[in-house]
Design a protein around this ligand. Structure first.
Ligand code: GLY
Length: 378
């Protein structure tokens, strides 16, 4: 007999899993369909920066996205604490800010120019001298001339986060089924789901939280969301304790120190690329970018290199909410591009309410799936 659920979430990355946790509070019976074996979630490749000050700057959705990012950043300490408590494991949440470094006046001017728009949105950010930056981060190069300090930014270890969320979901929300969705069809009131492992399920509601994976034809009569892969490569160096203390962003790379001694260096971005090959020259470029900011990193051994696929949308903002046309009770929760980890808490909370008909906590209209109707975004 096929198993029945209230809600099937297609995707086992941070968005799908955080949503499963939030739905649990709404007492829904949930299954997560996790195709990580075929296409690893972007969360697995992420550096874990919670940094609206640096990651949300361009495009006609920048202000809206920044406000959503700031809302999420505020939710993160409580979200991290509850995940850690429930999973009984650290996710390496740290709220010690981001330092964006500049080597010359032009780069410093660009950092300086980002302060007024950030201030207008309520974000703290200040320019400091190269010497002040080196007092905060002694490993910075003498060539660092100035820096932008965004003291409210934070970071987390995405792999620890993913493991913790998986444990919580599996123990308290519903099954995580390791398979790809092959097809979903409306059958009377519920959807019938056919999975790549041969299982068949029924679910009243479907949520596509499948990141950059192709979705065309998966759900009968649903137009696929305009999400395309944006490949990124990154690496991790083995770092002596405390060499870099907080997130450092330089023109050619960002450096994210993790509690387990890894220094994650990222990342390239190629729109439209969906392969997971890692190019030696790209890794060398990231290492050069890191070494220009912190010369001692040039000597550090590489522990790991990888590629992941960010789910990019035409306006760099996520696509969240009920699908307006086609069969009812289908929701999109994808397209978080460079900010999936940051945007997970409010995405999960707001969508759980929308799906279960609870009082809205966040206005998701700016991210509605039908905003691309008629084009005009980009
Ligand atoms: N958020 C960092 C990145 O996408 O590379």
């Amino acid at each position: 007999m096929r198993k029945s659920f209230d809600i099937a979430i297609i995707g086992g990355g941070v968005i799908g899993l955080a949503l499963a946790c939030a739905l649990r509070r709404e007492k829904a019976r949930v299954a997560v369909i996790d195709a990580a074996a075929d296409i690893p979630p972007a969360t697995d490749a992420a550096a874990g920066m919670l940094a609206p000050s640096f990651e949300v700057r361009d495009g006609n959705m920048a202000d809206t996205l920044y406000a959503f990012g700031a809302q999420n950043l505020e939710m993160w300490p409580a979200f991290a604490a509850s995940v850690e408590e429930e999973a009984g494991a650290s996710i390496d949440f740290r709220d010690d800010g981001t330092l964006g470094v500049a080597f010359d006046d032009v780069q410093a001017g660009a950092l300086q120019a980002s302060i007024p728009p950030l201030a207008a949105l309520g974000a703290r950010a200040e320019m400091i001298s190269g010497d002040e930056a080196r007092r905060l981060e002694p490993a910075l190069s003498p060539s660092v001339a100035a820096a932008l300090l965004a003291p409210d930014d934070a970071q987390v270890d995405p792999r620890k986060l993913l493991a913790a969320l998986r444990r919580i979901v599996a123990e308290t929300a519903g099954p995580i089924i390791a398979a790809r969705l092959e097809k979903a069809e409306k059958q009377n009131r519920a959807y019938g789901l056919v999975l790549s492992n041969g299982e068949r399920l029924a679910a009243d509601t479907l949520v596509l939280a499948s990141g950059a994976a192709a979705t065309a034809g998966l759900i009968e009569d649903i137009e696929p969301p305009p999400v395309a892969p944006a490949k990124g490569e990154a690496l991790a160096l083995a770092m002596p304790y405390g060499l870099i203390r907080r997130v450092v962003r330089a023109p050619g790379a960002y450096l994210c120190p993790k509690a387990d001694g890894r220094l994650v260096i990222g990342a390239t971005e190629y729109r439209g690329r969906d392969d997971l090959t890692v190019d030696d020259a790209a890794i060398a470029g990231l290492r050069r970018g890191a070494a220009a900011a912190a010369p001692a990193t040039a000597e550090l051994p590489e522990g790991e290199r990888w590629a992941g696929l960010r789910p990019a949308t035409p306006d760099a903002a996520p696509i969240l909410g009920r699908v307006p046309r086609g069969p009812e009770n289908v929701f999109f929760a994808l397209g978080h591009h460079r900010n999936g980890v940051l945007l997970a808490p409010a995405t999960a909370q707001a969508l759980a309410r929308e799906i279960t008909g609870g009082a809205p906590v966040t206005d998701l209209k700016p991210f509605a799936p039908d905003r691309f109707d008629g084009g005009g975004h980009g």
